[in-house]
Design a binder for this molecule. Sequence first.
Ligand SMILES: Cc1ncc(COP(=O)(O)O)c(C=O)c1O
Length: 362
Amino acid sequence: MKYPFHIERTEVSRLSTVDFNNLQFGKLYGDHMFVAECRRGKWTDCRIIPFGNLPFSPASSALHYGQIIFEGMKAFKNPEGEPLLFRPDMNWHRFNSSAARMAMPAVPEELWHDALNELVYMDADWIPQEKGCSLYLRPFMFATDRFIGVRPTEMFKFIIITSPAGLYYPKPVKVMTTSKYVRAFPGGVGYAKAAGNYGATMLPLREALERGFDQVLWTDGVEHKWIHEIGTMNVFFVIDGVALTPNLDGTILAGVTRDCVIQMLKKEGVKVEERPVSIDEVMEAGRNGKLQDAFGSGTAAGITQISHIEHKGELIALPPLDQRPHSARLRDELDGIKNGTMPDRFGWTVKVKSKLLAEVLE
Ligand SMILES: Cc1ncc(COP(=O)(O)O)c(C=O)c1O
């Protein structure tokens, strides 16, 4: 291995304490985590160690200026019990695109794949096989320079933690637009998976939750007319048989699931348009009974159907779930591809392979 790993196994596994039949999202963490340091461009000290707290200085730059990026991925087991990753190369590309925008170092491809494969191999018993469940993987990186002046930084930690998880949204979501807040704008960091993008949306999200909605449907910051995405997902609308999704203009995340949905729909012969989509067009279609389907797409959330959309005080209800042309079918096929119960006709799943641990653990 180009980047040697140090391995320290936990003395006492917490696995037996987990109730795999009642998993929620984001509450439990696997036995181990991966940690590496980047010092002045050099990757070093790669290790898999027991999950636990880490010491770092309160002067760490990330805590003050928010140089923090992350990814969200999932590991599954196929019916033969083999651990699978889903399109890990896409997350690697996006991680490094986020890193570049935030003046952080790129994680080398080999390091990315070795870290994921060895960690998931190590904690493979943590991958749930219950319906709708998976081992959520959270790679993230932050600046650790002990310096509280504003300047580009030189020291970083790259960490991957794992979390056995159930459904992110157990039921369809109600979304609302807002013209009070803006998530992203041209030239900003909307396309990056930067922690600050999420921090800035906590208040709008809290206000949406207090009003009985599940998420904000973000629109552009200038006219509040063009739909961007939902706080945790990209978004699709099906109007008159055509699937519409906002184009990647730098303000929204280039979702892995979004790309899957586009490829799946196109393969089925459905017309897909990636273009600016106005909220007026969607509301109008909703009023006229032409809005046949609407759903969010994301790794954590999967394909989540939208039940209602509110815009400028008007609430439209989407058709009943069993009358939607695409969302339920796409969700079932994508879930099936991911957990190896349906043919992977796109070649998206990758079997977890260990270079190191397979020998060490023998
Ligand atoms: C803001 C936002 N948009 C879109 C997505 C969907 O991206 P992906 O399908 O790669 O998970 C996510 C999920 O992480 C997200 O947080």
